[in-house]
Design a binder for this molecule. Sequence first.
Ligand code: UDP
Length: 253
Amino acid sequence: MARRKKVYEGKAKILYEGPEPGTLVQYFKDDATAFNAEKRDVIEGKGVLNNRLSEFFMTGLNTIGVPTHFIKRINMREQLIRSVEIIPLEVIVRNYAAGSMAKRLGMEEGAALPRPIVEFSYKDDSLGDPLVPEEYIIAFGWATQQDLDDIVALALRVNDFMSGVMYGVGIKLVDFKIEIGRIWDGDFMRLVVADEISPDSCRLWDVKTGQKLDKDVFRRDLGNLTDAYTEVAKRLGVMPTNVTHATKPTLIN
Ligand code: UDP
């Protein structure tokens, strides 16, 4: 098999050169990291599940007119994506207090927020992705005020879509992180949702029991991560076919 050129390797994914100019292949690894990669493990099957789940969410977003980098899934672990210029921000949307927000403000995890809150962290592992105000983002030229207005509008549309889809299968979308990329067409620039949307980057709680079905299961040692992600995939009807057990041959009359 011809070897492809690796463009970038991150904690959970690898990017390879794509078949056409302007495309990349995004490969989902089984590696899980937390607390700025201080905690790490290999969770068998996580990459396959996240590839499927990210395909599901990105396809849905494309369908309702929220632009994403996603083109198509290629196989169990890989998807074809548009090559974008990543804006160095983690765009976080919160519906309920949890994680770093709950800690910072002394709030109880799960407390409802008065409205969805969008916040930004500067993407830099060596600094631990610090929370940054809009003022910094504009002053340092990471994005313009117009970009930020467009990013907030995109993030809120993603939030409404994701909240609705999850609510439909009995899951509460507590918060999530997305990344935004720029696609250039001559002088014209478009912002699109990039990276991935999966239980690695969302907080998902069962509506009835409050059971966590996201990466907190790994971060906080709450059980088996693959089981949690499989539950999400099953409820959404996107269970990878090879994980289900083979059915017996059926007699044809
Ligand atoms: N998140 C992420 N990558 C990061 C930081 C956060 O995907 O590098 C997600 C996280 O899974 C959660 C949301 O963004 O769904 C908000 O995370 P928070 O700021 O509470 O940070 P954490 O408690 O995860 O450190």
